[in-house]
Design a protein around this ligand. Structure first.
Ligand SMILES: *[C@@H]1O[C@H](CO)[C@@H](O)[C@H](O)[C@H]1NC(C)=O
Ligand SMILES: *[C@@H]1O[C@H](CO)[C@@H](O)[C@H](O)[C@H]1NC(C)=O
Ligand SMILES: *[C@@H]1O[C@H](CO)[C@@H](O)[C@H](O)[C@H]1NC(C)=O
Ligand SMILES: *[C@@H]1O[C@H](CO)[C@@H](O)[C@H](O)[C@H]1NC(C)=O
Ligand SMILES: *[C@@H]1O[C@H](CO)[C@@H](O)[C@H](O)[C@H]1NC(C)=O
Ligand SMILES: *[C@@H]1O[C@H](CO)[C@@H](O)[C@H](O)[C@H]1NC(C)=O
Ligand SMILES: *[C@@H]1O[C@H](CO)[C@@H](O)[C@H](O)[C@H]1NC(C)=O
Ligand SMILES: *[C@@H]1O[C@H](CO)[C@@H](O)[C@H](O)[C@H]1NC(C)=O
Length: 655
């Protein structure tokens, strides 16, 4: 007995003096034990059940704990929320407060409590004074609030700091600039405000810097009214703002730089010379307020693979130096004020897969060199004053091209014949807002990989060709605002022979279709969520079979000459949020089944020939009068009460 006690004392002495060899079965350092038990006590729910097994005093044997085998001190806590083994993957969760006593573990080199989702509280200030051996600190993916303590800048051994996806706020501490060994700094998806600290100039080991999306993400105003307006006015002050410091060029080994979705202003300050930031491969500056021209030397960033500068206020021409970017696969410059011409050097971007420059002021003609982009899969040139007049022929010769966006670029004449024989596996084709005339060609049915077709806002005059029913994968069909005529029923047959129909979105509005509405086949396009047939000359009755469109969320049949009674099967579309039937000639009563349309948010039955009592109850009674006005004789809430006669009739049985 006495002997055993002596032994324990001896072991403790060895630990305290940091000498000797320690076995996993031994009692662990009292400070480590205290820190770990306090941590466990702060957690009231652990779906991984790892903490439940933390019993006794031999913490070095506990799951997620690693000790140094000479000092016996805990060097690693690895309790990530995402658990992945050879046999299974599991997203676990811990709820509770992060105990400040975690900093008792003064020999910690790795602290991984990332992705536990429910860890709340703050990052303890003592972390910077006590955990000076930390190399990796992962607290991402939790509910931590408050400031990042300035003391974190004392952790000079830190290599990886992952604090992203929390509710951290305040400014980014400039002391982080002291961390000369830092490779990875992830502070994205928090609520940091203020500027990127100048001290970052000293982060010369930084390989990955991610500061994206620092705004009030989960504090977005919910309330409607004055309060919301006030909060919105204040919104931009709650963002990471200011200029991108020119000192980013001192980050000589940076490879990943994500600063997107903030409120950064001013010009892009790099690169100023060849070889600067020579490892930069992934750059995202999109969704900021950047101004000025694109740096002429942009092409000096020779390692770039993916770049997005989209949705800023950048001006000037795309620099010719772009051609140096041999490894570039994705380029997003859309949503700026870029002008001039696309440089000929673009033809040298032999790795390019995605080229998106829509919504700028880029002029035509396009350089022929674009025909060298043999790997190009997506091209988006939409809404530029390209004045293309005809679709560029080289498009049809790019063997990998599958998504073509040429909306609003001034194309004239018929849908180009060469698309008929293109070897490209075209999946998306957007030629909307051009000056296309003539017919929708029958050969379109050969583009069997087509998923999305947008020919809206042109001057096409034909019928929809029968061959369109061959497009077995078509999901999105937007033909609105043309002068199309004839039957619409074909649309409901698209792909039916093969797959039962994959359509989810159909807009044929604002044309001259004149048939009735018939749903062909048995099951029939039950996946359609959005159907707009408004502003046509459709006539006849709405068939009972309309109730088969069970996925419908939005149905607009307004401005036609549809008539007869409304089928009560419409109420089978229980997901319906928008129902617009105004300006038709529907007669009879509103079916009481419409009360089942629980999700309805937008209803317009005005200017028809409906009569009788509006079925009383939600959601119908809650719509404004304008939803029912201009009918032959509707009454009841929200319109005036029905005539006494009706009232008497319904009150007699109650008496
Ligand atoms: C623990 O959290 C999980 C996931 O949120 C929840 O399903 C469970 O009910 C919680 N258990 C307790 C005891 O609170
Ligand atoms: C102690 O740990 C070191 C590395 O941390 C390892 O090389 C060594 O084999 C370990 N010794 C024992 C006895 O486990
Ligand atoms: C960068 O580090 C040096 C040397 O430690 C220091 O003198 C300087 O003030 C730091 N720069 C900034 C902007 O913090
Ligand atoms: C930053 O880079 C510039 C130009 O390369 C260099 O002159 C300067 O000394 C660097 N500053 C620091 C703090 O490394
Ligand atoms: C482009 O076309 C528009 C409209 O057709 C015209 O106003 C404009 O002058 C044309 N621009 C050029 C450069 O040809
Ligand atoms: C089709 O193009 C028009 C005009 O460019 C656009 O407004 C509409 O959203 C597009 N349709 C779909 C389904 O994307
Ligand atoms: C249907 O199309 C018309 C005309 O194109 C448009 O005004 C209306 O907003 C569309 N309806 C819905 C629900 O989007
Ligand atoms: C559709 O609605 C009608 C009338 O409300 C009902 O009798 C019928 O059972 C419904 N059909 C389906 C398939 O739900």
């Amino acid at each position: 007995m006495g002997c055993q006690l002596l032994l324990i004392v001896a072991v403790l002495t060895i630990i305290a003096s940091g000498e000797g060899k320690i076995n996993v079965g031994d009692v662990c350092n009292p400070n480590d034990l205290k820190g770990l038990t306090s941590f466990k006590a702060g957690i009231h729910n652990d779906t991984s059940e790892r903490l439940a097994k933390w019993v006794g005093q031999s913490c070095c044997g506990w799951e997620g704990i690693l000790c140094d085998n000479t000092t016996g001190r805990v060097t690693e806590i690895r309790l990530p929320g995402f658990i992945s083994t050879d046999d299974f993957v599991f997203q676990s969760q811990m709820e509770g407060l992060l105990s400040p006593s975690i900093t008792f573990l003064t020999s910690l080199e790795v602290l991984d409590l990332g992705g536990l989702i429910g860890l709340a509280g703050t990052i303890p200030t003592s972390i910077g004074f006590r955990l000076q051996k930390l190399r990796k600190l992962y607290l991402y993916g939790n509910k931590l609030r408050g400031l990042v303590p300035e003391s974190i800048g004392n952790l000079l051994k830190l290599e990886e700091l992952h604090l992203h996806e929390n509710g951290l706020s305040g400014t980014i501490p400039s002391s982080l600039g002291n961390l000369q060994n830092l490779n990875e700094l992830f502070l994205h998806s928090n609520q940091f405000t203020g500027k990127i600290p100048d001290s970052f100039i000293n982060l010369t080991s930084l390989v990955r810097l991610d500061l994206h999306s620092n705004y009030l993400n989960d504090h977005m105003p919910q309330k409607i009214g004055e309060l919301q307006v006030l909060e919105e006015l204040d919104f931009s002050s709650n963002l990471l703002r200011g200029k991108i410091p020119s000192s980013v060029t001192n980050l000589t080994v940076i490879s990943v730089l994500y600063l997107d979705n903030n409120y950064l202003e001013g010009a892009i300050p790099f690169p100023s010379s060849y070889g600067q930031m020579h490892s930069l491969s992934f750059l995202r500056l999109n969704n900021n307020h950047l101004t000025g021209t694109l740096p002429p030397n942009f092409g000096y960033l020779t390692s770039l693979q993916r770049v997005s500068l989209a949705n800023n206020k950048l001006q000037g021409a795309i620099p010719a130096s772009l051609g140096y970017l041999q490894d570039l696969t994705e380029l997003y410059f859309n949503g700026n004020q870029l002008s001039g011409w696309i440089p000929k050097s673009i033809g040298q971007l032999s790795s390019l897969l995605i080229f998106s420059v829509s919504h700028n002021s880029i002029k035509g003609p396009l350089p022929d060199q674009m025909s060298s982009l043999q790997n190009l899969q997506t091209v988006d040139l939409s809404f530029n004053p390209l004045n293309l007049s005809s679709t560029p022929r080289w498009l049809a010769e790019l063997p990998s091209l599958s998504r073509i966006f040429l909306a609003g670029v001034g194309i004239e004449g018929e849908i180009p014949e060469f698309l008929r024989t293109t070897p490209s596996p075209i999946q998306e084709l957007d030629l909307s807002v051009n000056h296309l005339t003539g017919s929708i060609p029958a050969w379109l049915g050969r583009l069997t990989q087509l998923y999305s077709l947008n020919l809206s806002r042109n001057a096409l005059v034909s019928e929809i060709p029968q061959t369109i029913t061959n497009l077995q994968d078509l999901g999105v069909l937007d033909l609105h605002s043309n002068k199309l005529t004839g039957q619409i029923s074909r649309v409901f047959e698209i792909g039916q022979r093969f797959s039962g129909g994959s359509l989810t979105y159909v807009d044929l509005s604002d044309n001259s279709f004149s048939s009735g509405i018939e749903l062909m086949g048995e099951g029939g396009q039950t996946g359609i969520q959005f159907l707009n047939l408004s502003h046509n000359f459709l006539e006849g009755r709405l068939p009972n079979s309309i109730g088969r469109l069970k996925s419908l969320r939005s149905l607009d049949l307004s401005y036609n000459t549809l008539g007869f009674v409304l089928p009560n099967t419409l109420a089978n579309e229980s997901l319906l949020e928008t129902l617009k039937l105004q300006k038709n000639q529907f007669t009879g009563k509103i079916p009481s089944e419409f009360l089942n349309l629980r999700k309805l948010k937008d209803l317009d039955l005005s200017d028809n020939l409906l009569e009788g009592e509006i079925p009383a109850g939600n959601p119908l009674s809650n719509f404004p009068e304008s939803s029912f006005s201009g009918n032959r004789g509707l009454c009841g809430k929200p319109l005036t009460p029905c005539k006494a006669r009706v009232l008497v009739k319904s009150t007699i049985p109650a008496n």
